[in-house]
Write a protein that binds this ligand. Structure first.
Ligand code: NDP
Length: 289
């Protein structure tokens, strides 16, 4: 996995994403193309959210799945959103449900998510899915943490016995990712760091793999990285100069053995993991695949 001298191997997401999608597509086709459906619930007019949802539908269809769109106006009530999710939850033809986050501020997100049964929770965000991850039982893992793992696996980067420092402890990324890394079979030793961690530089320098998910632009520099370490950038900051990651790639690339580009590293993995979760959801609900 070593890059050229003085340049880390670039852990580009697109080849890993494409390989995952090709595998899923051929698995669905080989099983005789059974009906598998992903449903999305989108509330309001947020343009980026509409773009993300459209791209999820396009990818689902490109690998032979059906997709169902439920778009609700920004003025919708809590009851209406919950009713839409409940209807999808009860529909045996729907295997995965994704509620596009963020919802408008007058909607209680957690209450809406609670209507998604664990088997259909392909975003892995509900309490039931988080509980299954913690207990190590069969369930869906959030697409961003799962994407980090799949990216490492695609590039044959070993995790067993490695020390991983995850920077950022959010429910969306850092916390599930740290549990995932410590799972049996993945077998890393994990340290979960956050804004109150002291000596972050020193701590990161003890890591074989550093994953940063803070959204603090260029906060991980050469001073944080042990020579030869693998560095995964999850953070996204939108600046006047475009999208910037948590990692100062210019100073880190000469030291690390491998580094994700930003953009183009962890981002592309998310949609592939959503498709993996939807295929697994169909299997959990009795589809022969
Ligand atoms: P949150 O804001 O919910 O969490 C950020 C975490 O970073 C918190 O735990 C916070 O600590 C910690 N943190 C903040 N500043 C520092 C610091 N200076 N040193 C150490 N830790 C710090 O963000 P999310 O987890 O939702 O997202 C993180 C980033 O990942 C964002 O930039 C987001 O846009 C991006 N993202 C990227 C995705 C991708 O596909 N690449 C997908 C999802 C998110 P504390 O808990 O103490 O406040």
């Amino acid at each position: 996995m070593a890059g050229n001298a003085n340049t880390a191997l670039s852990l580009a997401g697109a080849p890993a994403r494409d390989a995952m999608l090709a595998n899923l597509k051929s698995r669905i086709a080989s099983a005789g193309s059974p009906s598998i459906a992903l449903a999305t619930v989108l509330v309001g007019d947020d343009a980026p959210s509409h773009k993300y949802v459209a791209s999820k539908h396009a990818v689902a269809q490109s690998i032979g799945m059906k997709s169902i769109r439920v778009d609700l106006p920004a003025t919708v009530t809590q009851n209406d959103v919950e009713a839409a999710v409940s209807q999808l939850a009860a529909d045996p033809n729907v295997h995965g449900i994704l509620v596009q986050i963020p919802l408008p501020s007058h909607i209680d997100e957690d209450a809406v998510l609670s209507y998604i049964p664990a088997e259909k929770d392909v975003d892995g965000l509900t309490e039931a899915s988080m509980g299954r991850l913690m207990r190590g039982t069969d369930g869906h893992i959030g697409c961003t943490p799962l994407g980090v793992l799949r990216l490492l696996q695609h590039y044959n980067i070993a995790t067993a016995g490695k020390h991983v420092v995850v920077v950022g402890r959010s429910l969306l990324v850092g916390r599930p990712l740290s549990v995932l890394f410590a799972r049996k079979g993945i077998d890393a030793t994990v340290t979960l760091a956050h804004s109150r961690t002291s000596n972050l530089e020193e701590l990161c320098r003890t890591a074989d793999i550093v994953v940063s998910a803070t959204g603090v632009a260029h906060s991980i520099s050469a001073a944080h990285i042990k020579p030869g370490a693998v560095v995964i950038d999850v953070g996204i900051s939108r600046t006047n100069d475009g999208i910037v990651g948590d990692v100062d790639a210019e100073s880190v690339a000469p030291i690390a053995s491998a580094l994700t580009p930003m953009p183009g590293g962890t981002g592309p993995m998310t949609v592939a993991c959503l498709m993996e979760n939807t295929v697994n959801a169909a299997v959990m609900q009795g589809v022969a695949l």
